[in-house]
Design a protein around this ligand. Structure first.
Ligand code: SAM
Length: 246
């Protein structure tokens, strides 16, 4: 069937490719990808030979036209280097343009680091807000944490190992009582997920500098980190006062 197929790929464990993803990648006319070398490796593993076309959201209108020309008459797949396309990865502009032209778009489910981290962290999962990468600049980072910190949801950020310490320090400063979680190397051999107060996480990663890919999560307001922010004496006093009053 002609159209644009958004295809999620593994984030570190090749076993996570789905049967449907492999079938679609094998049968489409071409695959649009971020990096032909990275996608080439995945296809090699799956023993698939395909025409690869480099694409990201900075691509020219002409490149997008060319891709949508293919998708209008044949099947075109879009993949990113890892995980689900469009999730902190290219694709949004292509999907938008395809829909504007009445080209069928379908999306094949698969790995995404954000939801995998959420399911591992032990933080409330009923409501979450995915916010991509935190800004690099210190003030912008603090402003975003202040703004999003008011939202009653678990916050999910993508992070890099060299920046983790700065981000944790910003959380400790702006949202000190909150529980946080660091999920690292998901689906890989050294997968790890650590939840605690920002101070505990800072201490841990100072002693064990992190490597690899990281998702950083912050629990919602009102969920206090263990041993932080709960004044048991004050709660007892308040309870006794209520007793006296009744
Ligand atoms: N589209 C991808 C997805 O659906 O997960 C995300 C792409 S984004 C450019 C890359 C970021 O995703 C990394 O910096 C890291 O925060 C996160 N990430 C990707 N793979 C990961 C893994 N195996 N473990 C932890 N985080 C990962």
């Amino acid at each position: 069937e002609p159209g644009l197929y958004i295809v999620a790929t593994p984030i570190g464990n090749l076993g996570d490719i789905t049967l449907r993803a492999a079938e679609v990648l094998r049968s489409v006319a071409a695959i649009a990808c971020e990096d032909t070398r990275v996608t080439g490796k995945l296809l090699h593993h799956l023993e698939i030979k395909q025409r690869l076309i480099r694409y990201d959201d900075h691509a020219s209108e002409a490149t997008r036209d060319h891709l949508l020309g293919i998708a209008a008459g044949e099947a075109l797949a879009l993949v990113s280097d890892a995980g689900t396309p469009l999730i902190s990865d290219p694709g949004y502009k292509l999907v938008r343009a395809a829909r504007e032209r009445g080209i069928a778009v379908t999306s094949l489910p698969g790995a995404s680091a954000a939801t995998i981290a959420l399911t591992l962290s032990g933080l409330p999962s009923d409501r979450f807000l995915f916010a991509g990468f935190l800004p690099n600049k210190e003030k912008a980072r603090r402003d975003i944490l202040t703004e999003l910190g008011a939202v009653k949801a678990t916050l999910v950020f993508y992070e890099t190992a060299p920046r983790l310490a700065d981000s944790l320090a910003a959380i400790a400063e702006v949202l000190p009582g909150r529980e946080a979680s660091v999920a690292r190397e998901l689906t890989k051999k050294f997968e790890e997920c650590r939840t605690g107060s920002p101070a505990e996480l800072i201490a841990h990663y100072e002693a064990h500098p992190p490597k690899g890919e990281i998702v950083l999560l912050i629990g919602p307001p009102g969920e206090t980190a263990p041993g932080e922010g709960v004044d048991v004496d004050a709660l007892l006093r308040a309870a006794l006062e209520t007793d006296k009053a009744s």
